[in-house]
Structures are given as C-alpha cells and as structure tokens.
Design a protein. Structure first.
Length: 264
C-alpha cells in the first residue's frame, strides 16, 4: 500500500504524558508529520474501570482514524495500551504501536535485583504486567506502586505550575517502605506522564537510582514499521484535545512542535 508523505503518525494519550514519547519520535523521525491527541475530558484513565477505558479508547481512535487517516497510531499511554490495545488492533486496519512497562530493560539493568514499578492503579493490576514479570523478571523482585498523584503533577508542571516536592518524597518513601529491607536500584516509569517528572523523582529517590521508560523503544518500533516510507511535514504540528481547550497549553506545547490546538 502506498502511503502519502503527508499522512501523519497519530500519538494518543489520556493527557500530555505522551509528549515524552513524541520527543523520542521527533528525535528518531524528525521529518514525520505527527498529530498528538489528548483525551483531557477522560483524564485520568488510571482511576477508571477496564470496560470504561476500552470503550473510550476504541471509540476515540476510531473517530480520529476516520478523520485524519494516519499511517500509524501510537497509543502513548501505558494504561490504555495494557487494556485496549488488542481491541483497537481488531477494529482498525492500520499499524498500532502500544506502550508497555519497561520491565525487560529494567531487569537487565538492576544490580540488586529489586525493581520499583510506578504506574496508575489500572496499569499495575493488569495481567499484562504479570506476564512481563513472568517473562523477564522471574529472578527479580518487582514492587508495584500506584501513583496517580504523579499524573496530576506532570500536567501541572507542563502548564507552568510547580508541583509540591512532598509528593515525590512521599512516593519514594512509600515505594521503599513496600520493599522493606530490599534495596531498589531501578525504577520503571510505567506511565508516559512520569518521565516528564524525572528530575523531581531523581531528587526524591537519589542519584543512585536509575529510571527506565519505554519512549526510545516505542520510537524505534514506530521507525521500523514506517521504514522506507516518505515523510513530509507540510505545516505546523497539530494537537487534538477532548474537553475544553486550556489557554495555558499553547505555550507548553510549542517546544514539541505543536502550534495548533483543536478540539475534537
């Protein structure tokens, strides 16, 4: 199938955490036209049921695919991917790239064998995570912790606010408390919002802890699936949002090449 050079890559997230993935895609495919879609009206996904998330994601991506005719869709959201990826692939006849917790690279990096996993409540309870642990970290200790407050902190930071440092200290203390006497040396950021907060998390956890996320791997997968396709960016980057358009977003999205914001 011949793909138009102007056909975009569509990145989808519940909010703006997927910008961490967009940054990696831009670095890997600088000429690719990209549309970023944020379901702000549905944020946060991590507190919803699996049925709610699956129905919402499939419905929105169906509408977006029909309207913008993307060459590929990247679900840049761990929660949406672990729950709705299979359903979306069954419905849409274009390549779909998901986002899953980076347990495999974390297992290869850890020296103590103790890995923290920060995600939303919906993500950390998924069987998909159980499968990744069984496949790549059977000889490691994986400690899961739901940190929905980090989603809100990332959205606040993006809009120019300053999250309370106590939030990050609490997350670090709680995760270490769950580990007991075991020493966590690697933390998986299993929500695309969380890499936006890596500086704050590093200050709370200490320089000896390494953070792992899947953005680079996702960008590599997108590049592989679009190999030999022509790219031509013929205008400013477009962000699509559900719900009201926040006037603080224009300045926040500019560094990511998204200078036009439209409401779905």
């Amino acid at each position: 199938m011949i793909v138009s050079a102007q056909s975009p890559i569509l990145l989808f997230d519940s909010g703006f955490g997927g910008l961490s993935v967009l940054a990696a895609v831009r670095e890997t495919l600088p000429d690719a036209p990209v549309i970023y879609a944020a379901d702000l009206a549905g944020l946060p996904y991590g507190e919803k049921t699996e049925a709610e998330i699956a129905a919402r994601v499939a419905g929105l991506l169906g509408r977006l695919a029909e309207r913008y005719q993307p060459r590929l869709i990247c679900i840049a959201c761990n929660t949406a991917s672990t729950i709705a990826l299979g359903m979306v692939r069954d419905v849409l006849e274009i390549p779909i790239v998901g986002t899953v917790p980076a347990i495999k690279p974390a297992a290869a990096l850890t020296k103590t064998g103790v890995i923290g996993l920060l995600g939303t409540a919906a993500t950390i309870r998924q069987g998909y995570v159980d499968d990744l642990e069984a496949k790549f970290a059977t000889d490691k200790k994986l400690i899961r912790y739901a940190a929905p407050e980090l989603v809100h902190a990332a959205e606040l930071l993006l809009r120019g606010g300053t999250p309370d440092p106590a939030i990050f200290e609490q997350v670090a203390n709680d995760l270490r408390s769950k580990a007991g006497d075991a020493e966590i040396d690697t933390v998986v950021l299993a929500c695309t919002h969380f890499p936006l907060l890596e500086a704050q998390l590093r200050a709370a956890f200490g320089q000896e802890v390494r953070f792992v996320d899947g953005a680079a791997g996702i960008a590599h997968r997108v590049a592989h699936l679009t190999q030999d396709q022509a790219f031509e960016r013929d205008g400013p980057g477009l962000a699509i949002v559900t719900g009201p358009v926040d006037q603080t977003l224009a300045h926040a999205l500019q560094p990511y090449g998204l200078s036009v914001i439209e409401r779905l």
